[in-house]
Design a protein around this ligand. Structure first.
Ligand code: ADP
Ligand code: MG
Length: 238
């Protein structure tokens, strides 16, 4: 991990009409690190990731990527700058093949030129995506679909990967397997920001953690700097 701050979120407020979902959220992500955002259902995790990815506009505050403000840019431009989101619920194209889904991830000209290399590397990382390349995405198991969602996000050749609850609804062994691969991707230099409801898994996987409660950051630090009990209390607001 380097000292370079790749992503800086400052004083972010996000509203859905009259409802305020994020309150003064600030965080920073170091290049090469894995940071996790932990929070219960409804605490604002997806709102945060979707705002960083340009799918939502903040009503106050800023998002900077590599020192450059991105919060007024449309989502496709942010993708082009190097931030790719694995959305909650995987959202693949069910009636396209695995291969076609992966190609969808590299529709921007920049990533199209390196498509073959990226695909080859992905196939090494997730051999099942190669083996099942010609199958419809909706015939994959849950774990395989999650790998496809991650693979599709990687096809754009990002520098920062945002993962929204990739373990949701998957069996523990499969979650472990997916996390192992994420660590490999990280070791090759990818910066990763993940959000999870699972406290233990997130603490284990990351080198910095933020805990969110009702749209606010209520705790932050290196996972080694606090006990699981402290995290649990912040998480539940008790
Ligand atoms: N499209 C929306 N319209 C109105 N409220 C929303 C919308 N999406 C999320 N919310 C609300 O914003 C809050 C945060 O939601 P979300 O970011 O999805 O939380 P999490 O991902 O942590 O479960 C919740 O209270 C949720 O009900
Ligand atoms: Mg969510």
């Amino acid at each position: 991990m380097s000292d370079e701050i790749i992503l800086q979120v400052k004083d972010l407020d996000v509203h859905y009409k009259d409802f305020q979902a994020l309150w003064n959220v600030s965080l920073s992500v170091r290049s090469g690190g894995i940071i996790s955002v932990i929070g219960a259902n409804g605490s604002g995790k997806s709102t945060l990731l979707n705002t960083i990815a340009g799918l939502l506009r903040p009503s106050r505050g800023s998002v900077e990527f590599s020192g450059r403000p991105i919060d007024r840019h449309p989502a496709y431009e942010i993708l082009g700058m190097g931030i790719s989101l694995v959305p909650e619920g995987r959202r693949m194209f069910a009636r396209l093949t695995v291969y076609e889904n992966l190609l969808m991830g590299s529709y921007l000209p920049k990533s199209r030129s390196t498509r073959e290399e990226t695909l080859a590397r992905l196939h090494e990382l997730f051999p099942v995506l190669k083996a099942r390349g010609n199958q419809m995405a909706n015939t994959l198991s849950g774990g395989e679909q999650q790998m496809l969602a991650i693979g599709r996000a990687l096809m754009s050749g990002p520098r920062l990967l945002l993962c929204d609850e990739i373990s949701l609804g998957l069996a523990p062994l499969i979650i472990k397997d997916i996390y192992k691969r994420l660590e490999l991707i990280n070791r090759e230099g990818m910066t990763i920001m993940l959000v999870e409801q699972d406290i233990r898994r997130s603490l284990k996987a990351s080198n910095y953690t933020y805990v969110m409660l009702e749209g606010k950051v209520v705790l932050k630090g290196a996972p080694t700097s606090f006990t699981e009990e402290v995290v649990r209390k912040a998480y539940f607001g008790v």
